[in-house]
Ligand binder design. Structure first.
Ligand SMILES: Cc1cc2nc3c(=O)[nH]c(=O)nc-3n(C[C@H](O)[C@H](O)[C@H](O)COP(=O)(O)O)c2cc1C
Length: 218
C-alpha cells in the first residue's frame, strides 16, 4: 500500500489550504493509498535549519538530526511514496512554517558535491499547493510564477517530480463587513468561493488520485 504524507502549512485548520490538502488526501485514499495528514502549525515547536551540519556527517548523511517537531515529519517523508505540501501565500512567499520545513527538507539532501547534487535516492512525486488572495492573472507581473517555479525546481531536484497547483483569489474571511478592506469586493469573493473553489477542490481530489495511480514524471 502506498503511503502519502499530506501537509497543511496554513495555521488555519479547515480553511482553503487545509481543505485542498484534505481533498488530495481523499483522492489518494480512493486509489487505495494510506494518507497521513499533518497540520504543521499543530506540531511541537520547530525551527528552520539550524546549520548544525549533522546531515553532512558520515553517520547521518542526508538525514536531518534536529530533534524538534519537524523531525518525525522528515522521517515520515523519507519513507513515503508521495508528498503533498499546501501553503498559503504569505507576503509573496510560502508561510514561515512551510519555509522551515522546506529548508530542512532540501538542505538535508544537498551534498555540496560537484558530481552528485542530492543524497536522496528515494524520489517521490510532490504536489505543491499554493492558495492566495491574488488572482492568477497577476501572478506573472507580481513574481509569483517565478517564485513557484523556483520552489518547483528545487523540490524536483531534491525530493522528486513536482507539480504545482494554485487556488487563487480565495475567500480570506467569512465576514468581510467586519473589516474595512476596500481592496476587495466581498460579494465576488463569496460568489467565487461558492462556484470556483468547489471546482478547485475537485481538481485537488483528481490530483490525489493521479499521485497514486499515475504519478507525474519530471
Ligand atoms: C500574513 C498573511 C500574508 C498574506 N500575504 C499575501 C500575499 O502576499 N499575497 C496574496 O495573494 N495573499 C496573501 N495572503 C492571503 C492568503 O494567502 C490567502 O487568504 C490564503 O488563501 C489563506 O490560506 P488559508 O485560508 O488556508 O489560511 C496573506 C495572508 C496572511 C494572513
Amino acid at each position: 500500500m502506498k503511503k502519502i504524507i499530506a501537509i497543511n502549512a496554513s495555521p488555519r485548520i479547515n480553511w482553503n489550504t487545509s481543505q485542498l490538502v484534505k481533498q488530495v488526501a481523499q483522492g489518494a485514499e480512493a486509489q487505495g493509498a494510506h494518507v497521513k495528514i499533518i497540520d504543521l502549525y499543530k506540531l511541537e515547536k520547530f525551527t528552520g535549519c539550524i546549520s548544525c551540519f549533522g546531515c553532512k556527517t558520515k553517520e547521518h548523511l542526508g538525514v536531518c538530526v534536529c530533534k524538534d517537531g519537524l523531525y518525525s515529519v522528515l522521517q515520515d517523508i523519507s519513507k513515503a511514496d508521495g508528498l503533498v505540501i499546501g501553503t498559503p501565500n504569505y507576503l509573496g512567499d510560502i508561510s514561515a512554517g512551510c519555509r522551515a520545513l522546506y529548508e530542512r527538507l532540501i538542505f538535508q539532501s544537498l551534498t555540496y558535491k560537484k558530481e552528485l547534487q542530492s543524497y536522496n535516492k528515494n524520489k517521490i512525486p510532490v504536489l505543491f499547493i499554493m492558495t492566495s488572495n491574488a488572482s492568477k492573472e497577476f501572478y506573472p507581473a507580481i513574481g509569483y510564477d517565478n517564485m513557484l517555479e523556483d520552489y518547483r525546481q528545487s523540490l524536483n531536484t531534491f525530493v522528486g517530480p513536482t507539480k504545482v497547483f494554485v487556488a487563487d483569489d480565495t475567500l480570506q474571511v467569512n465576514d468581510y463587513d467586519k473589516y474595512n478592506w476596500t481592496m476587495f469586493d466581498s460579494q465576488s469573493k463569496i460568489l467565487r468561493n461558492k462556484t470556483v473553489f468547489p471546482e478547485q477542490l475537485k481538481q485537488a481530489f483528481e490530483l490525489g488520485k493521479q499521485m497514486v495511480k499515475n504519478p507525474w514524471q519530471e
